[in-house]
Design a binder for this molecule. Structure first.
Ligand code: MRU
Length: 342
């Protein structure tokens, strides 16, 4: 079976090739992002999504967006890079990975270069390295995290923190994939993840494709599943982790952490180094993306909320560190008290 490649270069290397995640599970479509507008639209619309994947797509997209800029002066190139980087970073504010990856690639142009062309080559090399590193970090998270999964482990997860959300085997799903590779029987309960249904559409798609038993439940069924002892542990991903271990992740994660605590079920967060933001002391400073009304108020084009009733649509919430049993990074399994330093 072909591995999922959520983000990669197109064969001519002039575009970022993504799997259009808005079409799954009904249709598998790949799209090539060739301009700044393409890149920003794909990230904003969640055609490419998940903290690590938007970081890599944004970083590669920055390179692609400058391809037609043939001014050889590096000063003018740097000014252009700053404008493009700002636009890409502004598409989604919560995931630490996006600004980190885009700024890392932009920084490659700051070193002295003989020409704009050479600066662009350096940026592309850094984007290549980020692409490979992300996959390697996922693998390490999987190898560390699998020790938390005994034979027969039943994992509950939220949203999609799998291969579709990264350039490798995912973060929250990485321990599941590695345990399955090692012949252990593991199964997953996937919360559907209102309003955009990443759990139902994406986590279910990629796990069933990989032959890992998966069952979808509504978000509101999670507490009952825990009470019925159908869940051994919860593993979720993260969009940003503050210095004190507070975790921003898909809306609904906080409720799951509370439910897990009440039922005595371990609650794990899996994330690569690029998701940690030790410059932020705690979760109160994490910017939470607010998305549009239609995602909540309409289903299949039909209104499900009266037109005159306002809607809130925060895409993420913050789970306080004291509800998190451990954080599985690519470096270690971190236990409380969390004190991440830059
Ligand atoms: O809005 P999304 O689909 O980009 O949200 C994704 C999540 O919340 C994931 O759990 C998180 O980005 C980690 S992905 C490895």
């Amino acid at each position: 079976m072909q591995p999922i490649q959520a983000v990669r270069w197109s064969p001519d290397c002039n575009a970022v090739r993504i799997i259009d995640q808005t079409a799954l599970p009904e249709r598998y479509i790949e799209r090539d992002l060739r301009s700044l507008d393409d890149v920003c639209a794909a990230i904003s619309s969640l055609a490419v999504r998940g903290a690590p994947a938007i970081g890599i797509a944004g970083a590669m997209g920055l390179v692609v967006s400058l391809a037609s800029f043939d001014d050889p002066a590096t000063e003018r190139l740097r000014a252009r890079i700053a404008v493009h980087a700002q636009r890409i970073i502004a598409t989604r504010p919560t995931a630490a990975n996006l600004a980190w990856a885009v700024n890392t690639v932009a920084a490659a142009a700051k070193e002295p270069h003989a020409s704009g062309r050479e600066a662009l080559r350096a940026m592309r090399a850094v984007a290549d390295a980020l692409l490979a590193d992300d996959a390697a970090m996922c693998r390490r998270i999987g190898s560390l995290g699998e020790q938390l999964l005994g034979d027969g482990a039943r994992v509950l997860t939220h949203c999609n923190a799998g291969a579709l959300a990264t350039t490798g085997i995912g973060t929250a799903l990485a321990p599941v994939y590695v345990a399955a590779e090692h012949g252990r029987q593991v199964s997953v309960l996937a919360c559907e993840t209102r309003p955009l249904l990443q759990g139902a559409r994406l986590t279910a798609w990629e796990l069933s494709r990989a032959g890992v038993p998966v069952r979808v439940i509504t978000d509101s069924a999670a507490a009952s599943a825990m009470r019925a002892r159908r869940v051994d542990l919860v593993i979720v991903g993260a969009d940003r982790i503050a210095a004190n271990g507070d975790v921003a992740n898909k809306i609904g994660t906080y409720a799951l952490a509370l439910q897990a605590r009440y039922h005595g079920i371990p609650f794990y967060v899996a994330a690569p180094t690029s998701t940690f933001d030790p410059a932020i002391p705690d979760g109160s400073a994490i910017p939470i993306e607010q998305r549009g009304r239609a995602e909540v108020a309409r289903i299949n084009g039909q209104a499900i909320v009266p037109n005159d009733v306002p809607v809130d649509n925060p895409a993420f919430d913050v789970t306080p560190a004291d509800l998190v049993t451990a954080i599985i990074s690519d470096r270690a399994i971190h236990y409380p008290p969390y004190r991440f330093v830059p």
